[in-house]
Design a protein around this ligand. Structure first.
Ligand SMILES: CSC[C@H]1O[C@H](OP(=O)(O)O)[C@H](O)[C@@H]1O
Length: 380
């Protein structure tokens, strides 16, 4: 793979930022991705290895960041947007020379990152925002370009954490004290800049003094619920138990689940929500059993240019993620040779099945095109 920019990196200015201590998550200090002091390296927790192995990797090139997103070392809609923004900062650090040369190389880096994963609109949103900064500073000195892009990427990161806290507070108001709350996949600190969206609602409810019990659905095929949500909440001292995806229906039928809260990868203009595969089934079961089904997502997940869920691109991932189970660095084949597997990574939940969408801009409930549009920022 040809490297972007090539050559040796531009000398680093000491930016004086303390080692990136991620947003403290009520006692557990970890973050999906951080830009290190000097804006030349990104550190990421390899989420594929959790919970057995906590391994942080340090990347210096945008190609490494793109690979980390594609292979899901870093995953989660806001987290991959933040990681991609950091990847552009790394790319800028290798580009000397003219404004035109800079713009051309940064566009190459943008394309590399943009094609990593299609469903989470946060990736495109973050890259579009960074592209505006690229255009604004293209004529500046190389080191100034790196500093400006580093500042913008860090702003994207910190704004996401603030958004998670704001939506968490809104959602927590609708979490009943003593409730058992089901969540699907991982929409926590590991999937965001920190604090989490669905898990941000759970953290905020706990911080408001509510006694809640979380059930994390394991979420085949990559088991984000069993591996990541269980790990993250347990580290934070929040009571969490894991059930298999196949248990959700009977747990609801037996009255063992009071409400559901999940994240999102893209919210269409009519309120349809794309989220991890299996979410739609949980929403149907919740409707059948009269259980409130809520979604938490930052506004960077809302795509008003996308008319409905039918227009959301659904990522198709490799069959091996279904035919094999990964445990740490090893994997075990669970399917017979010669049998194909399907692996759509997301599905779409129609807005009619959703009681409320919590964003940092407010709550849309009932969730409709109209209530969603009311939260949109006014056009400049
Ligand atoms: C706040 S993360 C939203 C979303 O991202 C996850 O997908 P993946 O693990 O494939 O990146 C999952 O759908 C979460 O709900």
């Amino acid at each position: 793979m040809s490297s972007i920019g090539g050559g040796t990196p531009i000398p680093t200015l000491k930016t004086g930022r303390a080692h990136p201590h991620p947003e403290p998550l009520s006692g557990s200090l970890f973050s999906a991705a951080e830009l290190m002091p000097g804006d030349r390296h990104v550190v990421m927790l390899d989420q594929r290895l959790l919970p057995r192995i906590e391994r942080y990797e340090i990347f210096s090139r945008v190609e490494q960041v793109a690979d980390a997103i594609s292979t899901m070392k870093v995953r989660g809609a806001p987290a991959i947007g933040i990681a991609a923004a950091y990847g552009l900062v790394l790319a800028a650090g290798f580009i000397e020379g003219s404004r035109e040369r800079f713009l051309e190389s940064m566009q190459t880096a943008d394309k590399l990152l943009r094609r990593t994963r299609p469903t989470a609109v946060n990736l495109a949103w973050a890259l579009d925002r960074m592209a505006r900064t690229v255009a604004r500073i293209a004529g500046e000195a190389p080191i100034q370009r790196v500093l400006a892009l580093g500042a913008e990427a860090r702003a994207i990161h910190s704004e996401d954490v603030a958004a998670c806290r704001a939506m968490g507070a809104l959602g927590a108001a609708n979490v009943r004290d003593g409730a058992t709350v089901l969540t699907h996949c991982n929409a926590g600190a590991l999937a965001t800049g920190g604090y989490g969206t669905a898990l941000g609602v759970i953290r905020a409810a706990r911080d408001a003094g509510k006694k809640i019990r979380v059930l994390s659905a394991e979420t085949r095929p990559l088991l984000q619920g069993a591996r990541l949500t269980a790990w993250e909440l347990h580290k934070d001292g929040i009571q969490v138990e894991t059930i298999t995806d196949s248990m959700v229906a009977s747990f609801m039928a037996r009255g063992l689940i009071d409400q559901v809260i999940v994240g999102a990868d893209r919210v269409a203009r009519n309120g349809d929500v794309a989220n991890k595969i299996g979410t739609y089934g949980v929403a149907c079961l919740a409707q059948l059993h009269g259980i409130p089904f809520d979604v938490a997502a930052p506004w960077s997940t809302v795509d008003l240019a996308c008319p409905s869920g039918a227009d959301i691109p659904i990522e198709q991932r490799g069959e091996r993620e279904v035919s094999h189970v990964s445990i740490g660095e090893s994997e075990v084949q669970i399917m017979p040779d010669g049998v194909r597997a399907h692996n759509p990574s997301f599905d779409v939940t129609p807005f009619r099945l959703i009681r409320a969408l919590y964003t940092e801009r407010g709550t849309a409930s009932p969730l409709t095109a109209e209530t969603l549009a009311r939260l949109a920022p006014s056009l400049p």
